[in-house]
Design a protein around this ligand. Sequence first.
Ligand SMILES: NC(=O)c1ccc[n+]([C@@H]2O[C@H](COP(=O)([O-])OP(=O)(O)OC[C@H]3O[C@@H](n4cnc5c(N)ncnc54)[C@H](O)[C@@H]3O)[C@@H](O)[C@H]2O)c1
Length: 252
Amino acid sequence: MSALCNKIGLVTGAGQGIGRAIALSFAREGAKVVVADFNEEMGQQTVELITKAGGTASFIYGDISKEDTVKTTVDFVLTTYGRLDIACNSAAVSRGSGPIHEYERSIFDQTLEMCLTNTWLCMKYEIAAMLKNGGGAIVNISSNASLRGQAFNTAYATAKGGVNILTKSAAAEYGSKGIRINAVSPGVILTPGLEQYFEEQPDKAEGLRKKSVMNRLGAPEEIADAVSFLSSDRASFITGQILSVDGGGSVR
Ligand SMILES: NC(=O)c1ccc[n+]([C@@H]2O[C@H](COP(=O)([O-])OP(=O)(O)OC[C@H]3O[C@@H](n4cnc5c(N)ncnc54)[C@H](O)[C@@H]3O)[C@@H](O)[C@H]2O)c1
């Protein structure tokens, strides 16, 4: 039997990149999936990819850094499929990088909102839904930027550090209620966003490749496999963990 057979799943930021790969993996493993994104065209494309492959998926549009949107999104899952079993909070946007002493407070605040507060909001409503059906599994997408700190990327790194401790705290809070909560921390993953960055700054590619001990970039599907495993009953005794999927970048 497939690992996520009969599960109902939600993936935020599933319009492209890592989130899309996670939605496709959930569906391949047998889950029915709600794809949430504020890019309508790309979100619909993800649904098409899933349905063409024989899976079941629905799209919901909205900015999940806004509480009313998150509530609507989780309500949509419940009215469409009856319950929520697994959720992956992948949506995140960094609003900018640069030295702290020249950094705008508004950019710092927005980055926290789009990378950390959104994750907390999603968990708030996902957990409430999961409590109604006796449990579930949540995987948050962190980043290796959270592990050692990252110069000139302090807002994003701080937000993702917050995602890690939020994950652990929530796991401690809801373990006894049957909800497992973990995070996956990607290394450098070749997504459309990174491809565009390499086109603009081709000299950066080699340095990023060397961040992994395998001297290569990761693929979105390699993150998705880890998320599907953590979401499945095969990970039934794993909670509160931050799993780096980074080709060994964190031990370099
Ligand atoms: N790509 C990498 O190398 C890398 C490394 C470490 C961590 N990550 C993390 O992985 C996750 C996915 O990254 P990616 O590279 O695939 O990103 P991406 O920019 O390619 O895709 C992000 C998707 O999320 C959507 N989105 C963002 N904020 C949203 C919001 N508030 N509401 C609704 N939709 C929203 C975007 O429209 C987009 O479809 C993020 O959490 C990111 O921080 C990525």
